[in-house]
Design a protein around this ligand. Structure first.
Ligand code: APR
Length: 325
């Protein structure tokens, strides 16, 4: 049985994510933490007749209790993106929120697996890692930026163009970062293979990179992706939980490349250079990252996209790292 704590559980992502986690029978204890509204969310969810027990923690003085005994901590706490805001505009507000939560993790459940959703993930993951380093409890195999929505969108958007593709069974390695042109879908490596024209590759790549904007615009001021993000995060959490019991599971995720220095060199040679953090497909297991899955050679178009991504990503990483130092 796995104990999961969700920080920011009363929000647009946190609520559907908690519901999806409540349907996973491997979850024994589900702890919901927020600074508003969480008792109602927990009471509601606790009536769902799966076997996990739901607990509620309201307010920062309850953070320690919310994290006690957690095997997995998922962080969707923060403010969402509004029209006209980029993910990077969120940085100032969300960076402080994530830093404080990471301090709680370092103090209470330093061995937990940490899944970061709060944007900008390119910077918030370095913040969590730097805090854990400060407390001497950092394990690069255990901190993940959840980029699964980019993967989910990629397989769905391919089906929008080629309707006989089974979106659910399609796997797309998406590497780099988690905002705009830091997102690099490797459409040449889709499994099972798909035939796409150059124009389709350009259009789908752009749509994956900026898919979040479609939602922000359609929500017209009410926020950013919540349902699809909750779905994606639950897929990642479920994959990790499956991997704990020995299943072979591969998911792309944004990590410190120190998690697997040997295979990180393949990513570095593809163009990641000396970046400390990068999204890569990883094989998950009882230790978290078991290995970075070696990537196939990339196309010219993808090599160019990696080059563009690395420039922006490098700035995001510096911003996150400096925020803590
Ligand atoms: N501690 C815990 N929870 C917090 C804190 C904090 N310090 N600050 C804010 N929250 C909670 C809010 O009370 C709210 O319930 O986080 C939740 C965020 O929910 P929403 O405002 O609905 O935002 P959401 O759409 O869920 O997005 C959250 O995920 O994808 C990212 O960009 C998105 O960074 C944003 C985050």
């Amino acid at each position: 049985m796995v104990n999961v704590s969700v920080l920011g559980a009363a929000g647009g992502i946190g609520q559907p994510l908690s519901l999806l986690l409540k349907t996973n029978e491997q979850v024994g204890v589900l702890k919901l933490y927020d600074i508003v509204n969480v008792p109602g969310v927990a009471a509601d969810l606790s009536h769902v007749n799966t076997n996990s027990t739901v607990y509620s923690y309201l307010g920062s003085e309850k953070l320690g209790e919310a994290l006690e005994g957690a095997d997995i901590v998922i962080i969707p706490a923060g403010v969402p993106r509004k029209p006209g805001m980029t993910r990077d505009d969120l940085f100032k507000i969300n960076a402080g929120i994530v830093r404080d939560l990471a301090v709680g993790i370092a103090k209470t459940c330093p061995k937990a697996f940490v899944l970061v959703i709060s944007n900008p993930v390119n910077s918030t993951v370095p913040i969590v890692c730097e805090i854990l380093k400060k407390y001497g409890v950092f394990d690069p195999k255990r901190v993940f930026g959840v980029t699964t929505l980019d993967v989910v969108r990629a397989s769905r958007f391919i089906r929008d163009v080629i309707p006989d593709v089974d979106s659910f069974a399609t796997s797309v390695p998406v590497i780099g970062g988690h905002s705009g042109n830091t997102i690099v879908p490797l459409l040449s490596a889709v499994q099972p293979k798909v035939q796409l024209t150059e124009t389709q590759i350009e259009e789908i790549t752009h749509r994956i990179q900026f898919g979040g904007d479609e939602v922000v615009k359609a929500k017209d001021g009410a926020g950013s992706a919540t349902l699809s993000m909750a779905y994606a995060a639950s897929r990642f959490a479920n994959s990790l939980i499956k991997a704990f019991s020995g299943a072979l599971v591969i998911e792309p995720t944004y990590i410190s490349l120190d998690a697997d220095p040997k295979n990180a060199s393949i990513v570095r040679n593809l163009g990641a250079g000396d970046l400390q953090y990068f999204a890569v497909p990883v094989r998950l297991g009882t230790n978290g990252v078991e290995e970075i899955v070696p990537l196939p050679p990339v196309s010219k178009f993808e090599a160019k996209a990696i080059e563009v991504a690395v420039g922006a990503l490098s700035e995001n990483i510096v911003a996150g790292t400096k925020f803590v130092q």
